[in-house]
Design a protein around this ligand. Structure first.
Ligand code: ATP
Ligand code: MG
Length: 569
């Protein structure tokens, strides 16, 4: 391909609203262009990268026995009503009506649509197991689209759905996908960790996320040297045990303007571990108080599951005041007008302090079991670095990660709610069990760039680079251009993906663009040719520079390509 015909627009300046390296570089290199909030166009070079990742995904999915289909991106509202998610998905699910007033949805995920296909096609155990997948557009009306294609509203996802007649089958399907995913990420040049994950609103039992360790990751992961790795949303941990205190008398005491847990610890001259924090949440419209030990944080997913609600937000302070007659900072579980959910960390506490549900007042000398009316107890503390591992009791550490893929053992949630049955070997109707498996294609590319970039730009792994070799003649006329053309034809004949920078630009700015765009190998036809009839070959990843004679150029390029592929496999 000729650079001048490639419709590439690079820019030197870092775009103002791009906060992270991958977003900045994807815009600067012109791989993508922003159309509107969370909406991006993949430009010619970017589309080549996208297609390469898609091909890797297809190859691995097909190898694992999955079958590609192409269902519509838009799904019927009825399906979502049937599964129950019409009422629980919130505003991420973009709904609209057609001219006949039928409810429609821009598909954010396709459990319902695929399950409907299975319902209408699979009749008996002989038709199962089956794993169907699509590589298709998704739309999620994300509340805060950011980081470019990492969290956008319209994006390409590969999503697969497996249907088996029993749990043993589901285990097999899940394992095959897990293996395919590890291969996909490896071939794309990504280093990922599979981590234990929460199944979230989608439901089901086991689930793992594939995390790319990165300081800009939105997910927090805890890990232990014993091999335990989990998203904090899912992670369990052992917290430090605090020294037991003796039972004392309950008294009410004035705490003027002492609202935060740190202020209280100073005021009562104790550790935050000796205090109780109270939060009020609004769960499916109802206020609920959650109480936890002062030094711990709440795991919202676990709390939501414990309450058994679909939606949960922090409650509005005005509403809290109306229902509890006290402002935030003075709330507590004694004589509380709403349900109280207590974390296990506080159950044995004595001689502690809790808000008195009255402005500027707290109770001290509180024994939780003696004095508080608790509706429900459970474990909803957030696992954090410094806690102990539940597997081996070693101290946990933590890191941030970008989630690039997620696999779930969904079970019968959708097949049951949508009434799917097939006949088993004994001619009895059974409900198939399902797994679902998603990968964000654009997010993979952004994550690769986060992991593979330097001050000069992108360093594409060979497997997904838009072109393998860039040829840069320092002059685009005369002998230099002729030699550049010769190498270009030679490499083209060998099906090596090559771009010839035929622009009449300064050599320096062409080198800068080649570096920014991350082509793995660059051949310069310039001074070395004029002085000693050699070409300069540079490896983007290592910065290694070779001086190569004309008759050795093809072998050298082939060797370097082999070397670059070798890193991936
Ligand atoms: P997140 O927690 O980041 O919102 P999710 O748990 O909602 O992700 P899934 O429903 O599991 O994501 O979707 C599967 C994959 O689709 C994710 O692992 C991710 O790679 C990709 N993905 C999800 N949401 C987006 C988005 N808004 N923009 C780009 N890719 C996304
Ligand atoms: Mg999401």
């Amino acid at each position: 391909m000729l650079y001048s015909k490639s419709y590439i627009f690079t820019q030197k300046e870092t775009p103002k609203d791009a906060e992270i390296v991958s977003h900045q570089l994807m815009l600067r290199s012109g791989l993508i262009r922003k159309s509107a909030a969370g909406l991006y166009s993949w430009m010619p070079l970017g589309k080549r990268v996208l297609d390469k990742v898609i091909n890797i995904i297809k190859t691995e999915m097909d190898k694992a026995g999955a079958l590609e289909i192409l269902p519509p991106f838009v799904t019927q509202g009825e399906l979502w009503q049937e599964s129950g998610r019409w009422d629980t998905m919130g505003k991420e699910l973009l709904r609209f009506q057609d001219r006949h007033d039928h409810d429609l949805v821009l598909g954010p995920t396709h459990e319902e649509a695929f399950t409907q296909i299975i319902k209408e096609t699979a009749q008996s155990y002989q038709d199962l197991p089956v794993n169907l997948y699509q590589i298709n557009t998704k739309f999620r009306d994300e509340i805060r689209p950011r980081y470019g294609v990492i969290r956008c509203r319209e994006f390409i996802m590969k999503d697969a759905y497996s249907y088996d007649i029993d749990d043993e089958g589901l285990d097999k399907s899940y394992k095959a996908m897990r293996k395919a995913y590890l291969n996909i990420f490896k071939k794309s040049g990504l280093v990922v960790d599979p981590v234990l994950a929460d199944s979230g609103k989608i439901g089901g039992s086991g689930s793992e996320e594939f995390m790319v360790p990165s300081t800009v990751g939105e997910e927090e992961i805890v890990r232990c040297t014993c091999g335990y790795v989990a998203n904090v949303e899912k992670a369990d941990s052992i917290i430090s045990i605090r020294e037991a205190k003796k039972e004392t008398a309950l008294t009410k005491t004035q705490t003027p303007n002492i609202k935060t847990i740190d202020d209280l610890a100073v005021f009562f001259q104790c550790d935050t571990k000796d205090l109780v924090k109270a939060f009020v949440v609004e769960a499916d419209g109802k206020l609920v108080m959650a109480c936890i030990r002062g030094d711990l944080h709440i795991n919202e997913v676990k709390l939501l599951n414990l309450i058994g609600a679909n939606e949960m937000v922090m409650a509005d302070p005005d509403r809290i005041f109306t229902e509890l007659k006290a402002p935030i900072g003075f709330l507590g579980a004694i004589d509380c007008a709403i349900d109280v959910i207590a974390d296990n960390s506080i159950l044995d506490m004595q001689d502690t302090v809790v808000g008195a549900n009255e402005k500027d007042m707290h109770y001290k000398g509180v024994s939780i079991k003696r004095d508080c009316k608790i509706t429900k107890t459970g474990d909803f503390h957030l696992a954090e670095a410094g806690h102990q591992c539940i597997q081996c009791k070693e101290v946990l550490s933590s890191y941030k990660g970008i989630e690039v893929g997620h696999i779930f053992k969904l079970g019968k949630k959708y097949t049951e709610s949508m009434g799917v049955t097939v006949l088993n070997q004994n001619n009895q109707a059974i409900t198939p069990t399902c797994g679902c498996y998603g990968i964000g294609v654009g997010r993979i590319i952004a994550a690769v760039i986060e992991q593979n970039a330097d001050d000069n730009g992108i360093v594409f792994p060979i497997t997904i680079a838009p072109y393998h070799v860039a040829i840069v003649p320092t002059l685009v006329e005369g002998e230099l251009m002729q030699e550049a053309q010769n190498i270009y034809e030679l490499l083209q004949e060998q099906s090596i993906e090559t771009i010839l920078d035929d622009r009449n630009e300064r050599a320096g700015s062409k080198f800068k663009d080649a570096d920014l765009l991350g082509f793995p190998i660059r051949i310069t036809v310039g001074r070395s040719w004029q002085e000693k009839q050699e070409f300069e070959v540079k490896v983007r990843r290592t910065g290694e520079v070779l001086s190569v004679a004309k008759d050795k150029i093809l072998d050298t390029i082939n060797d370097l390509l082999k070397q670059e592929y070798g890193i991936i496999k």
